[in-house]
Write a protein that binds this ligand. Structure first.
Ligand code: ADP
Ligand code: MG
Length: 686
């Protein structure tokens, strides 16, 4: 049997079961073997009957002394079996197990695992019920005990069935290719893959289980790290980067033109970027900073530098609105420099687009700002020196690569992200990038005071919002859904909230609504009117999450806040507190569960995006955290990026060593090419 075989090759797996297994994501032998237990049960200790404790789950091994069954009420049968192990007697009780009686004989040996309780009306006698496992044994046979795997099972694919097919597949599985280079195995003394794969399901003891888990988690992290290093190498080796040597008056002029001085973190980030750009090796750098930390200014300097050196620059944003905002912002920041800025998106007319394509290929445009329309084939640059992508997680690694490809030599790449990524995740997901971080916010920013409230306070909340508007401020109201029909819940949609507020408490105050289903021109119209202050209250969905900058807006109400992730709430909250006014964010949630309260409570306490992201990651786990971020990397089946930080560091170190050892590299390449072909080759071949 091979790992790539269909799961139907496994004993006891027929077409019907295969169908059901598919729902669990199990289609091949490999899928089955890597369907790792989510927990373990310990049945290794068999207790003496005389030493049983009420309230515990315990296992006993004894001989059946007598069997009795009776029917109570209409359909309930109670089967009682008295067993003895020489130290005492205990009654074992099953309900409604009509077929079991036939299998049991007095005098035979039986192994039982269940809950020990005082028998009902049993005058202080102990009994065992809630039986989770029993085995009828031959005279010589010993029970199958030990650490048992617990899988995520379903009604039709039971725990017992999963255990049995796991046994079947592991007994028969011959060919498990090793994934770690031989020399690494020798050096670390780590378990072999074949053994780890079986020990992770049926370990002999906890030590073996720990070793197996570590080995498999290490492998996952190591291979990802190697893939990322190769990616980095690929984009640097044998490629001529762009050397940006001249940096004189133009960059300085732009800096002088800023109505503020750069913060220390901004300066440091700029120094790092500048040094990268001056090297021959192409820059691959992530610029990470909370919303409003001033990344855009740094991007402007980098783009100016590339233009000053005779190249073109490109800035790609994830949405039309954000791209337009960048365009306007840049036109303003770079005024008087003589730099020509162009705008490109899918929403231009064909004529406008063709014209812009011309301007780009003929170098009449120095910096082009746009959406993913920039990576279309028809876009060619005269000489592309720098690519900046904003809010990277919305693009895949592949799209980034597609834009890089548009340069003759390898352009420098700067990735900006406002999603604070915990360090562990950065190492895993952005391992191919160098990192600059802006921690401090520009001076004078006040943290947004955040409050968690229940819906019975809505009237009071909105009266307060109205008083703020009457003092000259503006406000956002964010809702999770656009319209009611979206989901049949009782959650008010943006449209409903808009109708309720604009006709109710905010009667007489100009209100607007914006969401993803509006036409672009409508969206832009509303945003412009909010921007220039003619709309005072804006009801919105998460379309306003990124980039929108209205300093006069000082208050945000988020309805059904429990519907959002913490990172997302933080992004939303970043829309207020951008001006000199005291700012507020009010989270409204009817969810009274401890978990929801705890999660949203964190928003009240923590205003630092990085710490918040760590908390979010802890609470929700990496899968949820990344949600639909297209990081384009293999999923982690067993490693846990928080709990396995030490392993991650170890794996990273090993990967670095591998990169410098021809022998290990030679072993590794075919491994990457088979197991991770889909993910990595697609990227590296770009
Ligand atoms: P980001 O792109 O990181 O979200 P921006 O670059 O849009 O942040 O900056 C947010 C606001 O802060 C802008 O209005 C910008 O003019 C301002 N800003 C940027 N850097 C500074 C600074 N060093 N001092 C004061 N204000 C700044
Ligand atoms: Mg920004």
């Amino acid at each position: 049997m091979e790992l790539s075989d269909d799961v139907r090759m496994v004993k006891h797996v027929g077409p019907k079961k295969a169908q059901l297994l598919k729902k669990l994501g199990i289609e091949t032998v490999y899928d089955l073997v890597t369907y790792y237990p989510r927990a373990y049960e310990d049945e290794s200790t068999i207790s003496h009957i005389s030493e049983l404790h009420a309230g515990e789950r315990e296992s006993v091994l004894g001989t059946i002394m007598n069997i009795s069954e009776r029917t109570v009420r209409r359909n309930m049968t109670i089967l009682k079996v008295m067993i003895s192990d020489g130290t005492g007697f205990v009654q074992v009780v099953w309900f409604n197990q009509r077929y079991l009686k036939k299998q049991l004989k007095t005098g035979s040996r039986i192994f039982i695992k269940g809950k020990v309780q005082y028998a009902y009306g049993g005058h202080g006698q102990l009994s065992i019920s809630n039986i989770s496992d029993y085995q009828i044994l031959d005279d010589e046979e010993s029970p199958e005990t030990g650490i048992q795997p617990v899988y995520a099972a379903t009604e039709k694919i039971t725990q017992k069935y999963l255990r049995s097919i796991m046994h079947a597949v592991l007994d028969e599985m011959p060919a498990v290719p090793e994934m770690l280079p031989e020399s690494l195995l020798q050096k670390t003394g780590m378990m072999r893959r074949r053994r780890a794969m079986s020990a992770i399901h049926f370990p002999d003891d906890y030590d073996e289980l720990r070793q197996a888990r570590e080995r498999l988690a290490f492998e996952e992290l190591y291979i990802i790290q190697c893939g990322l290093f190769l990616l980095k190498k690929e984009s640097r080796d044998n490629k001529n980067g762009v050397r940006h040597l001249i940096s004189s008056h133009l960059v300085d002029k732009v800096i002088k033109g800023f109505p503020y001085t750069l913060t220390r973190d901004q300066e440091k980030a700029w120094r790092e970027i500048e040094a990268d750009m001056e090297r021959n090796m192409p820059m691959r750098r992530l610029l990470e900073g909370d919303v409003g930390s001033g990344k855009t200014a740094i991007a402007a300097l980098a783009l100016t530098k590339t233009v000053e050196n005779g190249y073109q620059g490109a800035l790609m944003a994830p949405t039309e609105i954000l791209a337009r905002q960048h365009y306007e912002n840049f036109s303003h920041m770079l005024e008087g420099t003589g730099i020509n800025i162009g705008f490109l998106s899918g929403h231009l007319t064909k004529k406008q687009r063709d014209e812009m394509h011309d301007n780009i290929s003929s170098h009449r445009v120095d910096i082009v700002i746009g959406t993913h329309a920039l990576i279309q084939d028809s876009v060619t640059f005269d000489s592309l020196g720098l690519v900046v992508t904003d809010e990277q997680h919305r693009f895949g690694v592949e799209q980034r690569a597609a834009l890089e490809k548009k340069g003759h030599s390898s352009p420098d790449v700067l990735v900006m992200t406002a999603t604070p990524i915990p360090r562990t995740m950065t190492l895993t997901v952005y391992g191919d990038l160098d990192i600059s971080v802006i921690h401090e916010l520009p001076p004078g920013r006040k943290p947004v005071r955040t409050f968690l409230r229940t819906p019975d306070r809505r009237t009071l909340i909105y009266q307060y919002v109205r008083s703020q508007i009457e003092e000259g401020r503006q406000a956002y109201v964010v809702c999770p859904l656009i319209e009611t029909s979206e989901e049949s819940t009782d959650i008010p949609s943006a449209e409903e909230v808009y109708a309720e507020l604009s006709n109710g408490i905010f009667n007489g105050i100009p209100c607007g609504i914006v969401h993803g289903r509006l036409k672009l021109t409508e969206k832009e119209d509303v945003m412009r009117r909010f921007h220039d202050g003619s709309i005072k209250l804006l009801v919105a969905t998460t379309v306003i999450e990124v980039g929108v900058n209205v300093p006069n807006a000082s208050i945000m109400v988020i309805e059904n806040a429990d519907r959002f992730g913490l990172a997302q709430l933080h992004q939303l909250r970043g829309r207020v507190g951008r001006g000199p006014y005291k700012s507020f964010c009010i989270l409204v949630s009817a969810n009274r569960s401890d978990k929801a309260r705890e999660r949203l409570g964190i928003m009240e306490k923590i205003s630092d995006g990085f710490r918040l992201a760590e908390e979010d990651l802890k609470l929700r786990g990496p899968g949820q955290f990344f949600g639909n971020m297209q990081h384009g990397l293999p999923d982690l089946k067993i490693a846990d990026v928080i709990g396995d930080m030490d392993l991650l560091v170890k794996a990273r170190r090993a990967a670095i060593k591998t990169m410098s050892s021809n022998e290990e590299l030679e072993e590794l390449m075919p491994i990457l090419a088979t197991q991770y072909k889909r993910q990595f080759l697609r990227i590296t071949e770009n």
